[in-house]
Design a protein around this ligand. Structure first.
Ligand code: AMP
Ligand code: MG
Length: 297
């Protein structure tokens, strides 16, 4: 329990202790018919605390996150087929990299398969768009992290007109079928759309131009993307409406406050791992016999 317990009358479930007024998976899950432009990027849905409490909760849950990841890894080593895939989408500067560093960085890197997807290479272009995605899927026991994903095929590809409409229109159903297949193979998919405001993006890009230690993050193309802001919002809206499914729902995370985005994603990841009900693999050897052998060695 955190510092802000609510006294003995508080009979909310343990999972909702601290400052969550609703489970993050409920508060953030995209609901059909939702209006993306009505999401306030500086809001903290379901969270009643501030930055200090959020940072504290992430730290308090780090051990559990790490242990569950180790259990998943152990299961994978012992013949299990389960994995987790965290998909991060968001416009430039939304904080995808920060999530990887601050949230995914809480667990053992051995068990993480991270991949960021930029414009496809010549080799990748020679294949269908799901080819590079399939190749990057987490192996059993691993947490896969996609910084951008196959969803770009209905985002940048649509907005920039890289394919005719009839082609990108078909991708929504293809993506759903693909993700259903991935889930059926034992991978839990957690899809997170980070939402920043135009003003906050301007501020973050300004910082990239003013600080030499941030130049490397600046891409002149980000301004072109920014100029098509409304088109991207429309594309994100359709992506959410058409690819948020029962087996692979989208979570929409307001990201103007980095501390909230990091808290939210760490809680969603923790939730996904908890739902796997992971144990430790049983020994596939005779423990007592091995103890005797060791003692006599
Ligand atoms: P960054 O995430 O800053 O490294 O930027 C990666 C860039 O690759 C972004 O401008 C994306 O829009 C672009 N990108 C990602 N996936 C695709 C894709 N399938 N087709 C074209 N561009 C893509
Ligand atoms: Mg960039």
């Amino acid at each position: 329990m955190g510092r802000h317990t609510r006294g003995p009358a508080d009979d909310r479930p343990q999972a909702l202790a601290h400052e969550w007024s609703a489970a993050p998976s409920d508060a953030l899950r995209w609901s059909a018919g939702g209006d993306l432009s009505a999401v306030d990027p500086s809001s903290t849905p379901g969270w009643e605390g501030g930055k200090a409490e959020a940072t504290e909760l992430v730290a308090a849950h780090a051990d559990e996150l790490s242990e569950l990841q180790e259990r998943l890894f152990a299961e994978g080593r012992s013949g299990g087929s389960r994995a987790v895939l965290l998909v991060l989408q968001g416009l430039d500067t939304a904080g995808k990299g920060g999530i990887v560093r601050h949230v995914v960085g809480l667990v053992d890197p051995q068990g993480v398969m991270h991949r960021s997807f930029g414009a496809p290479t010549e080799e990748e272009k020679a294949h269908g768009y799901l080819w590079r995605i399939r190749n990057a899927l987490p192996r059993p026991g691993h947490i896969g992290v996609f910084d951008r994903s196959h969803h770009e095929q209905v985002l940048v590809v649509r907005v920039e007109g890289l394919e005719p409409r009839a082609e990108w229109e078909a991708h929504y159903d293809e993506i759903n079928a693909f993700e259903a297949e991935v889930v059926a193979s034992g991978t839990t998919i957690v899809k997170v759309a980070l939402v920043i405001s135009r003003d906050e993006q301007k501020q973050r890009l300004t910082e990239r131009l003013e600080r030499p230690d941030k130049y490397w993050k600046y891409d002149p193309g980000d301004i072109d993307t920014r100029l098509r802001w409304d088109d991207y919002v429309a594309a994100y809206q359709d992506m959410l409406d058409r690819t948020s499914t029962e087996v692979a729902p989208w979570y929409v995370v307001p990201a103007d406050r980095k501390w909230f985005a990091r808290l939210a994603v760490s809680e969603l990841l923790l939730d996904a791992l908890r739902s796997l009900d992971l144990g430790w693999p049983a020994a596939d050897f005779d423990v007592e016999a091995e103890k005797r052998r060791l003692a006599g060695s």
